[in-house]
Every structure is written in C-alpha cells, then in structure tokens.
Ligand binder design. Structure first.
Ligand code: SF4
Length: 452
C-alpha cells in the first residue's frame, strides 16, 4: 500500500447514504413536522417503502446491524402487530392514488426470521393501503440458514422478486471465527431454490477484514460467489467497534487483518469480480454487466439512498419499524431505535419518529455533489452550485480541502472547470474526497467507519 494512502485508509469517514448524514439528525425533531411533510407530498409522488425487522436466529460476531436474538417468537409476533398498526397509521397521511410503491424492501436483522404468515400480512397490508406500482421491486434480505425450498416458493407467492443475502466468506475457518456457518452448498442450494421459485434477482454481500481472512481466501470466496451469478454483489469492510457492539468482543484482535491486508483484500475482491463479468459501481458495489444497475451507471441515473446504491428514483422513502429511516423532499427522519419506545408510541396510536432534519437549500446542493461523487466518482460542483442558485465561489473552501487529497492522488481537479474526479484505482477513498464538500464533517475518531 502506498504510504501516502495509509493515513486516509485509517480515517473515520461517513458512508454518505444521505447528506447530511444520520449523525446530524436532531433529537428535537417532532413527529408533527413529519406528519405535515407527509401531507405536503405531491399526490403523484412515487414511493419506496422500507420495513425493518430487528430479529435474528443467532448473532454473527461481526454484526453491526440493529438487531436482537429473541428467546421466543412472541416478541416478533408483537412486533409484527405494531408494524401493521404503524402502516395503518401512516397510509392516511399521504394524499393521492394507490399503486405508487415502486420499491419495497425488507431489511434487518433477518426478515426471514418472521413466520411466513407474518411476512405475508405485512406485504398485504402495504399492498392494500399503499399499492404497488406495476413491475415494482419487492425485495428482502434473507439468511440462507433460515431458508428452505418451501420458504422460497412461499416468498415468491407473496410477490417477492429479489432476495439479498450475506455470504461474507465461504472459508470454513472464517465462518467459525465469525459464528456464521453456511457452507457453499447451502448458499448454492438457496440460490437455486429462489430461481426455481421465480425469484430471479439475487444480491450477495461479501466482506473483507474479517478474522482469519487472507487475500487468497477472499479471492476464492469472490470466485465462488461470482460462479453462482448473483445480479449484484456489495463488498463491505468489517468495522471492529467492540466498545459499541459488545458481541464483537468474541472476535480476537490478533485474528484481524491489519490495514494493509484489508486494503489488499478489498482490491483483490474487486479485481476478481471484474474478471468474472461484473462492473464496479461507486464505492463498493459490483453488478453484472447486463444488470439495470450497470445501465444506470452508464446512463447517469444511478442513485444512492439509505439502503445504498439503487436504481430506484422514488421521490420519497417511507420506513417502518424501529430505527427505520425515512426521507422526503423536505428532509429525513428516523423512528426510535429503542424497540420498547417505538412499540409504546405505535400502540398509543402515535408515530415513533424521534430524530430528524429539515434540508436547507445548501444541504441539497452539497448533497447532490456528494451523491454524484459516490455514484459516478465524478462531479461538476460549480455547475451544481449554479443550478441550485448559489455562487460557486462559496465552494472555494471545499476546493482548498481537496488540494492535499489531489496531491496524494485521491482525486483530480480540473483547474478551469472545477470538475472533480476520483481515479478508478482510488475508488475506496471516494468518501474521503466527499468530506471536502461536507459542511458538517468533523474527523472525530469512532464517529464513522474507517475508510478501508
Ligand atoms: S444475520 Fe445479519 S443482522 Fe443478523 S446477526 Fe448476522 S449479520 Fe447481524
């Protein structure tokens, strides 16, 4: 690893799934503001709906998600009832016809932890009260260890047409060290079951930086994963934050690869996937060359939202469940992360929004620059500023912050036009380049994940 890159690799930077990022959400934001924003949403606005299921069967030691391992199914059953109630409370707050949900996503946790009947009730409640657009994407995250052929057919029967699952690494030792045993054959069978059931679109997650991983093991996992021909593969670096996620203490620090090894692993996975017919997308995604996400990259329509890279151009994202984040043209909001607090608000007939942020005109302008960089590794900040009615001179501070980054090869800045580009081989550092345009960014350790 180039010595100049090391300090950037160790830097804590936001994931920029929104701008401003969730750490800027204010706790004095009220559900009343959110309700008034929902009422102002144009009747023809297209919708994206996210449902958070915070339950898993067993804890993976690397997990950074908002999830719990319940002792009995009772908690999940109660949670389902509250979700149904939350969907009912929200639907009348929007005006306009039904049938505008273009993208419906269950995340977690493990949505397939829920009994099929409970999943079906949630899907049907959204279908009845919001309505799906024609050819809507109906997706869920699943755990191959909780999947069966019957479940694949049951999900297809509910209308699901995309399944995502965490593969992470196929190496047996790595799987033991992270407490997630799912052999290659189990994953391959799961993919086959989904496709036979008619759920053709499949996403995988792979990881680097896990205990016991080596360049050889991640290359082998990437090769095996690509051989199963998922449509999209996201590649995430393990974030070791045991002071924040206590179960990560089960991972021994001496088993963790160092920063240089992490960097080599990330590059090696990317190279392997590209050799197997995948196109690199933004920071950390790969899509098959014939996938709509690859087309969106080339056509300039790729977007980034709270769920990561997407081809979903919806005007509004509405989240259900504890900790779910929603996004409207006016701003962002998040429901209570504490499940009991969320449940108590919903059972009293109130929305559980407890943090949020109204976007300013400047936020929108900076957000567009950052989104363009994250999606296309290229942005024309001065043109974007002008289009938003700002004098481009207000970005001079940002250009000054870019100077040392450009000197170290993280980006190129065209002197005349001000266009900023991140070279392909430096894509892992695109978030560092984005920080130059982030008016709120403070390089405080442990606030965000490491760049690599
Ligand atoms: S299945 Fe996913 S959400 Fe659940 S513990 Fe494992 S990594 Fe976390």
């Amino acid at each position: 690893m180039d010595e100049r890159l090391k300090k950037y690799a160790l830097q804590d930077v936001p994931r920029y799934t929104s701008y401003p990022t969730a750490v800027q959400f204010a706790s004095d934001f009220t559900p009343e503001t959110w309700v008034s924003w929902l009422g102002e949403l144009p009747a023809e606005a297209s919708l994206s709906v996210y449902v958070h299921i915070p339950f898993c069967r067993q804890m993976c030691w690397y997990c950074g998600c908002h999830t719990t391992i319940p002792n009995t199914y009772e908690r999940a059953a109660r949670y389902t009832e509250n979700l149904l109630r939350e969907i009912e409370l929200t639907a009348p707050m929007l005006k306009g016809p039904k049938g505008r949900v273009r993208h419906f996503h269950f995340g977690g946790g493990t949505p397939t932890y829920l009994a099929d009947e409970d999943l079906r009730r949630i899907v049907e409640r959204v279908r009845t009260l919001f309505g799906f657009a024609e050819e809507a994407e109906i997706a869920l995250e699943m755990d191959p260890r909780t999947m069966s052929r019957e479940k694949a057919f049951a999900l297809a029967g509910m209308g699901f047409n995309r399944g995502s699952f965490g593969v992470q690494d196929f190496n047996e030792r790595v799987q033991r060290l992270v407490n997630r045993i799912q052999p290659y054959d189990m994953v391959a069978q799961c993919v086959q079951n989904l496709r036979e059931a008619g759920i053709e679109a499949v996403n995988f997650d792979l990881m680097y930086g896990l205990p016991g991983q080596t360049v050889e093991s991640v290359v082998e996992s990437a090769r095996l994963a690509a051989g199963l021909k998922p449509d999209r593969i996201a590649v995430f670096g393990y974030a070791h934050v045991p002071w924040f996620k206590k179960h990560q203490k089960m991972i021994r620090e001496e088993d963790l690869p160092g920063i240089e090894a992490r960097y080599e692993q990330a590059l090696a996975i990317g190279e392997t996937l590209q050799q197997h017919g995948y196109t690199a997308i933004g920071l950390d995604h790969y899509a098959r060359n014939d996938d709509p996400m690859t087309a969106a990259l080339h056509e300039g329509t790729l977007r980034r939202n709270f769920q990561g890279y997407t081809v979903d151009p919806a005007d509004a994202l509405i989240g259900f469940g504890c900790s779910a984040i929603s996004s409207l043209p006016q701003g962002h909001a998040q429901s209570a992360r504490d499940m009991a607090k969320w449940a108590s608000a919903i059972s009293e007939g109130r929305l559980a929004i407890d943090r949020g942020l109204a976007l300013t005109a400047e936020d929108r302008m900076r957000g567009e620059i950052i989104e363009k960089l994250m999606c296309f590794l290229r942005a024309d900040p001065r043109a974007i500023a002008r289009r938003h009615g700002f004098d481009p001179a207000m970005l001079e501070d940002a250009y000054r912050r870019l100077e040392p980054l450009a000197a170290d090869g993280l980006c190129r800045v065209d002197e005349e036009s001000g266009v900023v580009e991140v070279p392909e081989e430096r894509r892992l550092f695109v978030r560092t380049v984005c920080t130059a345009f982030d008016a709120h960014y403070q390089p405080k350790p442990q606030r965000h994940a490491k760049a690599v």
